[in-house]
Ligand binder design. Structure first.
Ligand SMILES: [Zn+2]
Length: 427
């Protein structure tokens, strides 16, 4: 064949491939009664969502899908973008606290993570951040989901939590002769940098570290700072250099301030945040992840769940003040993201937190935004998740009723689509 003839055949072949692609790219259409659009803060009635592959290609209103198209008719349901939970612990559960937790291995955690990832997805959470797991069990769960081996939300994971010796992210339940130290423990600026690098090496997307004590650890005080400013700065600098955002577990006022000043991306729990902390978080664009469902839940169920008596007592002491501060943070217009701290309550009940957010002063739409648009800003997934709009992943859920009138309807998700694939359908 002459050169030009070869070129012609190549062009023709390319053209055929392209047209084959366009003509046969099959669209699926979703129709429903209404769509909550958190991006524009409005409700769209009779939405028609066109999906090709894993993405949404068009969202129109009032139209009819083409005659022979594949249609998912959700009838009287309200559709919304898939929800996000920015603080989960998929690899363990409510029965793994106290001394019982000492018997849980890294492989046990990976197996539990498989089951809990499924529960979380079925509850309408199509994206989640896992903050703290034994070893890299959460990396394995994330990868298996991405490879399509198991169902679950899109995941960003931290691997081992960084923490100081004897701190909240260490394990203080056994005496010295057992020589038990959590994998993420590191002291001093260079050691914490090394630990961040190690987490990155083994697949972590995000850094989680403990900036204060906590309720569930033995012998720590939630109000007391852990790590020096220098150590926090080193964690943030190293993580950011490697492209990893930083989430700081912080209950106490000073730990919160230090962490925000060190440049963390989110404060987890934010329990004893004061006016200065709120102002600084706003100024620096720090997200506050508030787990408002668990304070009361832990006080009521902690003992039955096998938590250490001191943990239940710490939770009790903290609960009221914490909820008051959350109310103040909401009123002050803080950038609040939905983080539930799953595992401290049964997996799959994540959406129960929405009602608490509304009780604490959020509008239902704001509560939904905390788990969609604001969450996407925090996760760095704007344009991919948090909205039902052209170009976004086809991560769509449905509920019966109007969540803007009764936010608790989000606790009963009837339909879940992630990346164009249906995982749950109305019965
Ligand atoms: Zn947590």
């Amino acid at each position: 064949m002459r050169k030009s003839a070869v070129l012609c055949s190549v062009l023709l072949f390319t053209f055929m491939l392209l047209s084959f692609g366009t003509v046969h790219a099959e669209s699926t259409f979703i129709v429903a009664d209404s769509l909550i659009d958190p991006l524009n803060g409005k409700v769209v009635s009779r939405p028609l969502v066109e999906i090709q592959g894993e993405r949404i290609v068009a969202v129109t209103t009032g139209g009819e899908p083409p005659g022979n198209a594949k249609v998912i008719d959700l009838g009287s349901a309200t559709i919304l973008p898939g929800l996000a939970d920015l603080h989960t612990h998929l690899t363990f559960g409510p029965s793994d606290f106290g001394y019982k937790g000492l018997a849980v291995s890294t492989t046990d955690q990976a197996v539990h993570g498989v089951a809990n990832a499924r529960k979380t997805l079925m509850a309408g959470f199509t994206i989640a951040r896992n903050l703290g797991a034994k070893g890299y069990s959460d990396v394995s769960v994330r990868d298996a989901i991405e490879e399509g081996v198991i169902p679950g939300p899109r995941l960003q994971v931290s691997g081992q939590m960084l923490g100081s010796t004897g701190g909240h992210c260490d394990n203080n339940r056994l005496p010295v002769e057992y020589d038990v130290t959590n994998g993420g423990v590191a002291d001093g600026p260079w050691a914490v940098r090394q630990k961040v690098r190690e987490n990155r090496k083994y697949g972590a997307d995000v850094t989680k570290f403990c900036a204060t004590g906590g309720t569930l650890s033995k012998g720590t005080n939630p109000g007391v700072r852990q790590y020096t400013f220098e150590e926090m700065q080193a964690i943030v600098d190293e993580s950011h250099t490697l492209g990893m955002p930083v989430a700081a577990h912080a209950h106490g006022t000073e730990g919160i301030l230090f962490a925000i000043k060190a440049g963390v991306d989110s404060i987890e729990h934010s329990s004893l945040i004061d006016e200065e902390g709120l102002k600084l978080a706003k100024k620096n664009g720090t997200f506050l992840s508030i787990n408002a469902y668990t304070p009361t839940y832990m006080v009521e169920n902690g003992e039955a769940m096998g938590m250490l008596p001191e943990s239940v007592e710490k939770a009790r002491k903290l609960a009221e003040k914490r909820l008051q501060n959350y109310r103040t943070a909401i009123a002050a217009g803080a950038r609040i993201v939905f983080g539930s701290d799953s595992a401290t309550y049964p997996h799959g009940d994540n959406a129960k937190q929405f009602s608490v957010y509304v009780d604490l002063g959020m509008l239902p739409l704001e509560a939904i935004q905390s788990a969609t648009t604001v969450a996407a800003e925090s996760l760095g997934t704007v344009g991919d998740t948090g909205a039902v709009a052209a170009g976004y992943y086809a991560d769509i859920i449905a509920v019966e009723g109007d969540p803007l009138k009764d936010i608790s309807v989000l606790e009963n998700v009837t339909f879940v689509m992630k990346g164009g694939r249906v995982y749950k359908s109305p019965e």
